[in-house]
Design a protein around this ligand. Structure first.
Ligand SMILES: N[C@@H](CCC(=O)N[C@@H](CS)C(=O)NCC(=O)O)C(=O)O
Length: 366
């Protein structure tokens, strides 16, 4: 009896209701182009995703953590009854073969609730409490990311625009960096549409970005521009970037606006004066006032930060935006005068997702 009770404790049951028809939720679980966009705990990507709906077929997912560690999740498809049920065996190994979690059975049941779908996930029996807990939090994060629920007729991946080339002073600060970083935090794969001035002026590009700028964001028919709006769109589905509670979400959003409205204008003006109009007489006259305002804002930001690690106690979309804005000061020594702000920026830049985003932007210039 005791063993039976312990076994039951090591069975995971999670339910969720998705605002999507059952056939589409089923696709989300069985088609690799959808699975790669939500599978795995936060920070993981799925570079290999081989799965089918054929009973008896093996399937496997190679999952890569933010720090590069990889694990292999694999098993056999025991049942796949479209659109209501899948049953897989599941074993998790490290890539050197070391067992992480021994075989469990995963059953996913989908029930229609009007236009919505109730998902019940049952997995067990886990070989340890630790694995039981780890899968519980992993599934919670993954299920929160099923925001790519396939829409009819749409199988496209996220695409963002970026420049083919910019002068060295702009490399590493072009605004697609914010979007790449958010996508990396969310573990969402994307591709880039690399553009140059000949494309910026075309009617086709202006239909996506009225001012001809980068970045734009396209996802299954949704087209967005403005880096702040794109960041908030991604963050709304990414617990790494947005707290779950309403007040926390509102505060994080506030900091995105603060970065863009209260600090970026001065950073941008300094960059324009120093990098685009160096030596111009009119610029020399105007610059001291812009620098004074920039210094004032940085002092105010330092005062807010005080001993905080992040703007709101934990990393959010607000910190992501603030960091990319602070990077615009990099041709000046203003941050040296504000060690707290500088350390804060470096703390955010130390995140693996930032490094991957920066590498990706720099690689595209090559
Ligand atoms: N407010 C826009 C600004 C975008 C922006 O300034 N993009 C720059 C690159 S960082 C650009 O495309 N510049 C070229 C141009 O304005 O023609 C946003 O945040 O997305």
């Amino acid at each position: 009896m005791q063993a039976e009770a312990e076994n039951q404790e090591r069975v995971l049951v999670i339910t969720r209701v998705f605002d999507a028809p059952r056939a589409l939720v089923f696709k989300c679980w069985t088609e690799p182009q959808h699975l790669v966009r939500w599978w795995g705990p936060n920070g993981y990507t799925t570079p290999v995703c081989e799965v089918s709906v054929k009973v008896g077929d093996p399937y496997r997912f190679l999952m890569r953590a933010a720090d590069g560690r990889e694990v292999l999740w694999r098993g056999v498809i025991r049942e796949a009854i479209e659109p209501e049920r899948i049953v897989w065996t599941c074993t998790v190994h490290q890539t050197d073969g070391t067992l992480v979690s021994s075989e469990t059975v995963l059953t996913v049941t989908l029930e229609e609730q009007g236009a919505k779908t109730k998902l019940t996930l049952r997995q067990g029996v886990f070989d340890s409490d630790e694995n039981h807990k780890a899968h519980e939090s992993g599934w919670s994060e993954a299920l929160a990311r099923i925001w790519c629920l396939p829409r009819e007729g749409c199988n496209s991946m996220i695409t963002i625009s970026a420049f083919k080339m910019v002068p060295p002073f702009a490399q590493g600060v072009v605004r697609d960096l914010r979007v790449r970083w958010a996508l990396e935090e969310a573990g969402l794969p994307y591709k880039t549409k690399l553009i140059d001035p000949t494309i910026q002026g075309t009617a086709e590009y202006r239909a996506l970005q009225p001012f001809g700028q980068v970045p734009i964001y396209e996802e299954d028919g949704l087209k967005l521009f403005e880096s702040g709006s794109i960041l908030l769109h991604i963050a709304s589905r990414c617990p790494e970037l947005m707290p779950a509670d309403e007040a926390g979400r509102a505060r994080a959003t506030t900091w995105v606006f603060a970065a863009l409205n209260s600090i970026e204008p001065f950073a941008q003006q300094l960059a324009a004066l120093d990098l685009f109009y160096p030596g111009k007489e009119w610029a020399k006259g105007y610059r001291p006032e812009v620098e004074r305002m920039a210094k004032q804002r940085l002092a105010e930001l330092a005062a807010w930060l005080g001993d905080r690690e992040y703007l709101e106690g934990r990393f959010t979309a607000g910190d992501l935006m603030m960091t990319t804005v602070l990077r615009i000061f990099r041709h000046t020594n203003l941050l040296d005068g504000r060690p707290k702000v500088k350390a804060y920026k470096e703390r955010c830049e130390a995140r693996p997702a930032f490094k991957r985003a920066l590498d990706a932007q720099m690689t595209d210039f090559k």
